[in-house]
Design a binder for this molecule. Structure first.
Ligand SMILES: C[S@@+](CC[C@H](N)C(=O)[O-])C[C@H]1O[C@@H](n2cnc3c(N)ncnc32)[C@H](O)[C@@H]1O
Length: 291
């Protein structure tokens, strides 16, 4: 299924945005970018304690003439996106406080703009996605002084070099984000992404990614927001060790569960199904390197 996203020209766009794309047809998986965008744009009105204070998302949605209402009706997804955004923001701010000149990368960035929170003034940021998404981004969020858009296909080996990232012999680490992406890849492709990070990244680098339980694989049609896009979940995690199995250099530094958003009741429920699930239903993992 394809989602047709019609750009509104300059009807809503702030004056510094030059929308040249009047009509953009996004295939199923790239069209899922609207789900987290809507959550960051408007989810804070419903869940103010999770508001991520995104200064771009609402304008982008308006510019795309996209109605956030159907996405906001899917409350668990909105909560999950706002929760992970908060953790990613904190992880990035902590990383760049320690490495102010380092490079950050958002793999499968969609129309997110995390650099608004992570710009240290001396670091660099790459927003990378498939060509059709980068065409949209180039119109809506053009390159800045310290941030640029780049085409990448994570299914293709060699993406580390293709993005011009520093090699393993370099001393400055890299901070990578990959949210809402790997679950749409085949398991072998997702593992290859983790392996390439481990083989190429300088010591001290971190990759923060969200994880979905294996129970969701093949059942995206049951997901209130993803179902209508026609995208499918292909990679799910059975146990935490699967995140480090792809390469001996990988180290699981943290694995948080979105159950924590639901208070003691959520954590209690998760402790009940943990023996069968092995990992959170939906989680956020931080992978580092054993060096
Ligand atoms: C659910 S959206 C998430 C977007 C963004 N990470 C966010 O949280 O706002 C999934 C994104 O993954 C991207 N994606 C899917 N497969 C990809 C691939 N093989 N290489 C690069 N990006 C990919 C899609 O184009 C889309 O932008």
């Amino acid at each position: 299924m394809e989602t047709v996203t019609r750009l509104c020209g300059h009807r809503h766009c702030p004056p510094h945005w030059s929308c040249q794309v009047r009509e953009q047809v996004l295939p199923a998986i790239p069209s899922t970018l609207l789900i987290p965008l809507a959550a960051r744009a408007a989810g804070g009105t419903r869940f103010p304690w999770l508001d991520c204070d995104d200064h771009h998302a609402a304008d982008l949605l308006q510019c795309l003439d996209a109605d956030p209402a159907p996405y906001l009706a899917d409350a668990p997804t909105v909560v999950n996106v706002l929760w992970r955004t908060r953790l990613l923001k904190a992880a990035g701010q902590d990383f760049f406080a320690r490495h102010p000149r380092a490079t950050g990368v958002n793999l499968g960035c969609g129309l997110s703009s995390h650099f608004q929170w992570l710009d240290s003034g001396r670091n660099h940021w790459i927003d990378a996605d498939l060509p059709e998404v980068i065409a949209l981004r180039t119109a809506l969020l053009p390159d800045g002084t310290h941030r640029h858009n780049a085409v990448v296909d994570l299914r293709q080996p060699g993406w580390w070099h293709a993005l011009g990232l520093p090699g393993r012999e370099q001393s400055t680490p890299v901070f990578l984000v990959c949210e809402g992406v790997l679950m749409y890849l085949e398991p072998a492709q997702a593992r290859a992404v983790l392996r390439e990070f481990a083989e190429q990244a300088p010591p001290g680098s971190q990759l923060v990614l969200d994880t979905l339980s294996y129970l969701a694989v093949g059942h995206a049609r049951l997901h209130a927001s993803v179902g209508p896009t026609g995208a499918e979940f292909r990679w799910g995690v059975h146990w935490a060790g699967e995140l480090t199995d792809p390469h001996p250099r990988l180290e699981l530094q943290a694995l948080r569960s979105a159950a924590e958003c639901y208070g003691p009741g959520g954590l209690w429920a998760e402790s009940c199904w943990q023996p069968w699930l092995g990992t959170p239903l939906y989680g956020l993992a931080t992978l580092g390197l054993r060096d």
